[in-house]
Design a protein around this ligand. Structure first.
Ligand code: HEC
Ligand code: HEC
Ligand code: HEC
Length: 347
């Protein structure tokens, strides 16, 4: 967004100097501070080089050192030592920036950029840092500057500590004074959409074993669904399209072994293939590759010899497990027998 604002700025200046229209189309970046020299080819080349430095900087460095080079970033509140504020003394020169880029700073988050930047890019970047932050003290590099389309942003100063991490967003509200509370409220309403990573002193567990929210086997809205307060959810009356695949079909006249196979199938296979073996249940549809619709297998794949082998060995490269070590031989035979009935209803 700020890039756009800058281009607009340049456009206005170029316009007021009545430059040839081609200058803009050629994408000449004219620095508002240097517009009096913009005509000279060397000055333009220098400016193009400076803008290259800016792109490198905005891509690789702003995260810690800030767009404005003053290291007022969230990262600065988390790192020890904090990133260098380029606008503070002692004054940096290009050689020192290059040394930092090449070697990094031991014991700090400033790692070497030697693998990512060649000598020329390091020189361009170093000159940018020195010119922009040490010599020019360019305010417009700040994100929320007038030039970037944020007039009088300092009126939001109460919210700054939450944006730059000086106060954790989870700091106890009782510990905040009235101004800080107002700043927190402002931050939550107007800033958090972009500053989503504000500091939290206790971010909580990185992972919580919360159940995912998807319909459980047998779930039928209208019948089982309840609101948080325990009221039935009558509004939802159509059963989930997945629910009917979570019900085992009734197959009359199963032998004892087939019934044993049915129980094994429902306990071990239905989770992926659906209770009706179609794989059209919720989980089955979301697997990659999806669980196979066993009712649609070819005659060859339904053959007991093939089923026995697939169940024992699994399918390598898919989530179809090998059951060799889980089931006894007799149990594999029971599942094969059950599938024989389930997959060949006419028999
Ligand atoms: C992950 C955070 C991080 C990033 C990204 C980062 N730096 Fe740093 N930088 C630091 C820290 C931390 C220090 C302070 C090290 C210290 O105090 O020794 C530092 C220090 C410096 C210094 C001061 C060296 C000196 O001699 O005092 C320069 C110059 C510098 N960085 C330039 C850059 C440039 C240019 C980039 C982008 C290519 C960059 N940094 C990217 C964290 C970072
Ligand atoms: C549209 C997105 C966006 C919104 C909304 C936004 N910010 Fe920012 N803000 C940014 C970006 C991007 C940066 C630059 C980040 C950096 O330098 O690390 C930034 C930087 C800052 C900085 C560091 C100094 C500077 O200007 O670079 C402060 C302080 C800040 N924002 C405060 C706020 C406050 C307070 C609000 C709400 C009133 C707010 N921001 C709303 C995107 C936003
Ligand atoms: C963790 C999920 C999962 C479980 C549990 C599972 N399967 Fe599978 N199964 C799959 C997937 C996925 C495929 C399809 C792989 C593909 O398309 O390549 C598959 C394929 C199959 C096939 C087709 C083989 C072929 O050659 O086409 C059969 C038969 C089969 N499973 C039977 C079973 C039986 C019987 C059980 C229980 C003992 C079972 N599966 C348990 C995921 C599972």
């Amino acid at each position: 967004m700020w890039r756009l604002a800058r281009v607009l700025c340049a456009a206005l200046l170029v316009g007021s100097m009545a430059a040839p229209a081609g200058a803009l189309e050629a994408g000449t970046a004219v620095d508002p501070g240097d517009h009096d020299q913009a005509g000279a080819p060397e000055a333009r080349a220098a400016e193009a080089r400076h803008e290259r430095g800016r792109r490198l900087y905005d891509g690789l460095c702003y995260f810690c050192h800030g767009y404005a080079g003053d290291a007022r970033t969230l990262a600065a509140t988390l790192l020890n030592p904090p990133p260098r504020d380029f606008t503070a003394p002692p004054e940096l020169d290009a050689a020192r920036v290059i040394a930092a880029l090449r070697d990094g700073r031991p014991g700090s988050a400033m790692t070497s950029f030697g693998a990512r930047l060649d000598d020329e890019a390091m020189a361009v970047l170093a000159d940018y840092v020195v010119r922009e932050f040490v010599q020019r003290r360019a305010r417009r590099s700040r994100y929320h500057s007038v030039e970037n389309g944020w007039p009088d942003h300092d009126r939001h100063a109460a919210a700054y500590p939450f944006a730059d991490g000086r106060i954790g967003l989870d700091a106890p509200v009782e510990a905040l004074d009235a101004g800080q509370r107002a700043g927190r409220a402002l931050f939550l309403s107007a800033c958090i959409s972009c500053h989503d990573r504000s500091r939290q002193d206790d971010p909580g567990p990185a992972w919580q074993p919360r159940p995912l929210s998807y319909p459980r086997p047998g779930f039928e809205p209208g019948q089982h669904a309840v609101t948080a307060s325990g009221q039935p959810l009558d509004a939802v009356s159509t059963p989930s399209i997945y629910a009917r695949h979570d019900r085992a079909p009734v197959i009359p006249g199963l032998t004892r072994r087939e019934r044993e196979g049915e129980a094994l199938f429902q306990a071990n296979c239905a989770f992926c293939h659906g209770a009706d073996a179609t794989g059209r249940n919720w989980i089955g549809q979301f697997m990659e590759p999806p669980a196979r619709d066993l009712t649609a297998l070819s005659a060859a794949a339904k053959a007991p010899r093939h089923l026995r082998q697939v169940i024992r060995d699994g399918l390598v490269g898919t989530s179809m497990p090998a059951w060799r070590e889980v089931f006894t031989r007799a149990q594999v035979e029971a599942v094969v027998a059950y599938l024989g009935r389930r997959l060949n209803p006419a028999r």
